[in-house]
Unconditional design. Sequence first.
Lengths: 255, 281
Amino acid sequence: MKSLSLYQEKNTLIHKFDPISKLFYIVAAIAIPIIIPTKTMALFCLAVSVALLLLGRVFGRVIPIISFSFFVLLSIIVVQGLFYYGNSTPIFHAGPLAFYKEGLTYALHICIRVVNILCAFAILILTTRPSDLIESLVRRGLSPRIGYVLSSVLQIIPQMSSTMDTITDAQRSRGMETEGKLLTRIKSFFPLIGPVVMNSLINTKERAMALEVRGFNSKAQKTFLNEEFNPPYNLFVKLFLAASIVFAAAWRIFI
Amino acid sequence: MKKIIVENLRYRYPLTKELALKDISFEVEKGEFVSIIGRNSAGKSTLCQALTGLIPYFYHGAYGGRVIVDGIEVGKADISQLVSKVGIVFQNPFTQVTGSKLTVYEEIAFGLENMGVSRDEMRKRIDYSLKLLDIYRFRDRNPFELSGGQMQRMAIASIIAMRPEIIVLDEPTSQLDPQGSEEVFKAIRSLSKEGMTIILVEHKIEKVAKYSNRVMLLYDGELVDFDVPHKVFSRDDLGDYGVEPPAFTQICKGLNIKDKETGLYPITLEEAYDLVVKADE
């Protein structure tokens, strides 16, 4: 059964940190390069994120994520290289357009920040089970309803996709063309999507009843099957990250 | 001690003209194993939903009469209050998977977490229900990776773990093979012997005959009969209501082999055998 989760099961120090510490890290990795907007700081934060990914043995998995955003990063470089307001030193000319050094430098600064943010999120996503993250948030006051929606979506969407495959096979077995030209595919789309949507609506109603009879709306104080693994070093990590943000802000104000 | 009291229950689904349940009244004692039989659209599933409060909470429609479950009147109490008293297992096990848990063990814990059951108690109950339904070996598997039958057992285990006073099961063995069905029936009977009240909708008549204390026959939303299995299955007009008696009962009816004292036909192989032996003597 496929799941939308990108979690990588590994036994590393990074995997052992609690999800909230990783959320703190995301906040710090975004905030610090903004508070201290130097290239050195952006590179330093990126280096820390990459080091954490390597430590978590998930660096290989982050490359496709960065590649996915490649076109966005490329467009930033092109636009800034051509049109950045401080452009003055051309690097090369392409017909009537000139590509400038200042724009490229600024664009690279933005790209480092973006890649750093992606890496920071990747640390959380690749080294934390979604259910652990949601459970941690519910323990800290997130509504169990929102928690349920977030966690169920990861499994129910692949289930809908599996239903879609079943219905596609059923329609094909009755002679429906589902592959080939674009027009053929468009024609087959509606007879396929109709049963999928209807089926999902019926399942949703039944699932809502099943949740209800399992106390989903119970007013009792919710308990948790698993004890929260929260060794003291998690508190240290959170305090360290919070202090880093405060220190960065103080640096910006006073120095 | 009466666990369920139903008085003049009438119900009509929204946007329909026909009543799905017509003036139904009955009572069920604590620890009874009651099976509901009847042809399709007889009102069996509707009655199950009325007993668990899903009607009128989920299905609004026109509702009349009273359903009292373990002293709580359905419709007047909050459904979360009813959850600790009555649990239901639906026909389709797939829709009973919450979709938010990654293992069978966690899936069964879902209801217990919502009810605020302590961690130690939770583990005891989960282990018990997994072993009772013979799915302990699947405890670390993703619920969506189970077969239909295994998923159905997990759905039953999820409700059993919540320890309600009453369990309503709507065709719980529809996706199970004969051996799996037998095991589930045995598990349900053991719960009944422990004092849990069981309401079961089932088409497997042989199993109904073998395990039930009483059988309720529904037809087009009306309660036709509610009696011990021998009496219900000995009715000559059973076929008129779209229900066939167990095979052994049919054979004995054909051969006119019945208990001379009660005038009722046997409903299990053992009973039929005893009567044939007696007749030979």
